[in-house]
Design a protein around this ligand. Structure first.
Ligand code: E4P
Length: 217
């Protein structure tokens, strides 16, 4: 399972990278705004900064909602750095854009996916990643993990190469459940990743080992 961090915060990206388990980064316009990154050039510069910190794929989202605009933006984004993946919303024009980029071997991440049908068409169009938003589904009383499970089944049925990127991860158990189901990638906050390594028995056990070591020295 690949681990992506879902933030535009450079400190958190560095911390995750230093942990040694990071495979990439996802961003979106809201995450950029949260870090105070506004204006076209600042956002572009920020993508490059992120690419310099991490080794893996970095999703950069288009703002256009028409085919021509998405192509223009996506081509410019993909030229910024070899690690850039063009993030495209699951709308009709977006599907056409995904197909266009797929034909050109430019990586895409189909975002804002909330149904199996959307995931199916993203795969048919040749998306590199499909991003079902599980937390946002949970927010409206719909089982986000069930969507991941259904997409896994459909993709396995037909051998689609599109990687299932479980997005809108809110906490550590989301990661564990997605891993059990077989999501290819998860993207979540740093706290959800760090939560994986915590266990009180580890801390208690270590404290005892260190105390016992001291007794003998
Ligand atoms: C995915 O790529 C999105 O950036 C993200 O996971 C959305 O998460 P949220 O629902 O917590 O905003």
């Amino acid at each position: 399972m690949k681990f992506f961090i879902d933030t535009a915060n450079l400190e958190q990206i560095k911390e995750a990278q230093d942990l040694g388990v990071l495979d990439g980064v996802t961003t979106n316009p809201s995450l950029m705004a949260k870090e105070g990154i506004t204006g076209h050039q600042n956002i572009i510069d920020h993508y490059v900064k992120i690419c310099k910190i991490v080794d893996g794929d970095v999703s950069a989202e288009v703002i256009s909602t028409d085919f021509k605009g998405m192509i223009k933006e996506g081509e410019a984004l993909s030229k910024l750095h070899p690690q850039i993946v063009v993030k495209i919303p699951m709308i009709l024009e977006g599907v056409k854009a995904i197909k266009y980029f797929s034909n050109k071997s430019i990586k895409t991440n189909c975002t804002l996916v909330f149904s199996v049908g959307q995931a199916l068409i993203a795969a048919k169009a040749g998306a590199t990643y499909v991003s079902p938003f599980i937390g946002r589904l949970d927010d409206v009383s719909t089982d986000g993990l069930n969507l991941i499970s259904e997409i896994v089944t459909v993709y396995e049925n037909y051998g689609f190469k599109t990687q299932i990127l479980a997005a809108s991860i809110r906490h550590t158990m989301h990661i564990i459940d997605c891993a059990k189901i077989g999501a290819d990638v998860m993207t979540g906050p740093l706290s959800s990743i760090k939560g994986l390594l915590k266990h009180p028995l580890t801390d208690i056990g270590l404290e005892k080992f260190l105390a016992d070591f001291k007794k003998g020295n």
